[in-house]
Design a protein around this ligand. Structure first.
Ligand code: FAD
Length: 574
């Protein structure tokens, strides 16, 4: 019998170490193996991927490709420039593929995409092999052990995980990779059977775009930012498996940090270095295996003894949160990242601001007219939040760090998410999640939506009366305001006494610092070096009380996203 011809489809696993799917592919003892990555228009057009996350993806792809070449100079990561739903069936025929192997992905879009691909593999007689590898446990098993319900707390996740069994130990990287086979892209010519229609336009040899599936040079090259139409990324954070393993080794080498890590005690204003691991984007792209991370930490914890920290605050506890959100998403499916139709998310009639310039007023605060503000006002607050010109220096510093670096500390995310939603602006959490989706280098659908639900007290957490103060919370960590001085250079010379509340400074203190409090910041207030800084966009104390009262009313009414009145929009009449 002829040996298998394996197409290995890299997606959420841009690494060679601890990859159960790659191991399964190699266990087939293939005659040839093509390591491919397919472009996916969903992530480009549906998702809002900013330049920093693109750069991070390219870093991971390039590093993986180099590692593949080291194992077999004839191979590399071959980037196929077409959507998997249409291109894979063509490759099955043209390359005479016998097996397709990939790591399972439980994101809603990915499940549907993979269903289409598996169906086309079935049509082409290609055997599909999948393994889980993106999380600590197999997320589908976790959901099954939790009775098909979403895990809405860490204890639920732990209980379900324990029923699934021990978290698997990492497996070693391969020592060798097979050669790739021939890679013709003359699909029309090679297509063996017109009955097996692909439902997609095929390219002919005379067509100028004939080779575009393999890139302009026909060599399946990894795309560049320039080709994608981006200018340079601004993030200093770089991706790739090599960096991931180095960073993990450095963290583990500091046994005390690793063993005693307590998330609530890590400083959100720390920079160079930051207080937490910054492994999240590496986990997102699969450049780092979560199980390798887990077990390396666990070994240190076990040696450290009784003074080691425990979940949920410990480092392994952080990975449990990640699995919790993945399992919640897997159980809820497509309504997970939204309020509408989501039975597990409280419905709060936030301001649903329309764009200021189109003039329409959508969304009023129907529950409590008392706290009503017109929606163009809320939209303006949203824009000022998004661009880091709220006039609250701590919020602005965080939002500017996010825009430039693509990452902010977890408690910084708490601060800005609470401020936008239930602790300040009363703007819908989905608007904030959209901004994070564009700007984060670690954007993960499950973790982003889940954490926004947590912070807006619409799911996972309900203590809406506990709000983050943009003044006191920052001061707790950074009295001198060094973090603000770095990210809001307009205030770099401000007396520490006023750096969190520059509007309270006397004229002489402002003059001394060379600062003018003026405008709303939207007309270019973000320009570096300017000495003009906006005044606060509202009285925080007043807004906090207003939001808490509105949340209290909304909680007492108790609507959820799947409530009939929400789906029919009759909640507006409540
Ligand atoms: P560490 O503290 O070093 O934790 C180690 C790892 O555990 C992280 O790399 C991450 O994979 C995981 N982790 C830690 N905290 C959480 C958490 N609360 N939820 C899920 N996983 C966690 N995380 C993302 O990975 N992608 C997102 O899109 C995302 N969006 C968020 C949005 C909001 C509003 C908030 C409040 C949090 C969000 N988080 C998200 C969770 C968390 O902030 C980041 O995972 C963490 O800050 C990443 O930094 P780190 O790697 O240094 O974390």
């Amino acid at each position: 019998m002829e040996k298998p011809r394996v197409l290995y489809w890299f997606r959420t696993d841009l690494r060679l170490h601890d990859s159960p799917a790659l191991k399964a592919a190699l266990d087939l003892d293939p005659a040839v193996l093509w390591p491919i990555f397919t472009w996916d228009p969903h992530y480009v057009y549906r998702s809002k991927v900013g330049v920093n996350r693109w750069q991070y993806l390219l870093d991971c792809q390039n590093d993986l490709s180099d590692s593949i070449k080291k194992l077999n100079p004839k191979s590399k990561l071959f980037v196929v420039r077409e959507a998997p739903q249409t291109v894979l069936l063509k490759l099955f025929w043209a390359w005479k593929v016998t097996h397709l192997v990939f790591e399972r992905d439980t994101d809603t879009y990915a499940r549907e995409r993979d269903r289409v691909v598996v169906e086309s593999a079935r049509k082409a007689g290609v055997e599909v092999v999948t393994r889980y590898g993106r999380t600590l446990w197999d997320i589908d098993d976790v959901v099954a052990k939790h009775g098909g319900k979403p895990t809405m707390s860490i204890t639920q996740l732990q209980a379900a995980g324990n029923k699934v069994g021990a978290i698997p130990k990492p497996i070693p990287s391969p020592k060798h990779l097979p050669d790739p086979g021939e890679m013709p892209v003359d699909f029309e010519h090679d297509r063996p059977d017109t009955e097996r229609d692909l439902n997609a336009p095929l390219r002919s040899k005379t067509d100028k775009t004939y080779n575009s599936v393999a890139g302009p040079k026909g060599d399946f090259a990894i795309e560049t930012l320039e080709e994608l139409g981006f200018s340079a990324a601004t993030t200093p954070h770089r991706g790739g498996e090599t960096i991931a393993l180095e960073k993990l080794a450095q963290i583990i080498a500091d046994q005390e940090y690793t063993a005693t890590f307590q998330k609530p005690k890590t400083n959100p204003t720390a920079f160079e270095p930051q207080a937490t691991t910054l492994l999240s984007p590496l986990l997102h792209f699969g450049a780092l295996s979560p199980r390798l991370f887990y077990w390396r930490v666990q070994e240190v914890v076990e040696k450290y003894g009784k003074n080691a920290s425990h979940p949920p605050e410990s480092l392994t506890g952080q990975l449990l949160f990640r699995d919790m959100y993945f399992a919640a998403q897997a159980a809820i499916g497509s309504p997970f990242p939204q309020a509408l139709n989501n039975a597990h998310v409280r419905f709060i009639p936030w301001h649903l601001p329309s764009k200021v310039d189109d003039g329409t007023e959508t969304g009023t605060n129907a529950i409590s007219g008392e706290y009503h503000i017109d929606s163009p006002q809320a939209e303006k607050w949203f824009q000022r939040w998004k661009f880091g010109v709220t006039g609250f220096p701590f919020v602005d510093a965080l939002m500017r760090q996010l825009r430039v670096e693509g990452w902010i500390h977890h408690l910084g995310r708490h601060m800005v998410a609470c401020f936008l939603t239930r602790g300040g602006c009363y703007v819908h959490w989905e608007r904030g999640a959209d901004v994070f989706e564009e700007l984060l280098i670690d954007h993960e659908v499950a973790c982003n939506a889940g954490n926004w639900q947590w912070l807006s007290c619409t799911a996972f957490y309900s203590q809406y009366y506990r709000c983050y103060s943009p003044v006191a919370f920052g001061q707790k960590w950074d009295k001198n305001g060094d973090f603000i001085r770095k990210w809001v250079p307009e205030l770099k010379d401000m007396d520490a006494k006023f750096i969190y509340e520059p509007w309270k400074a006397s004229k002489s203190a402002l003059d001394k610092a060379g600062v003018k409090i003026e405008g709303d910041g939207l007309g270019g207030g973000m320009e570096q070096g300017t000495s003009t800084y906006p005044g606060p966009m509202f009285d925080f104390g007043e807004r906090r009380s207003a939001c808490i009262a509105a949340m209290k009313t909304a909680y007492s009414i108790g609507l959820h996203g799947n409530d009939e009145r929400v789906r029919n929009s009759t909640w507006k009449e409540l």
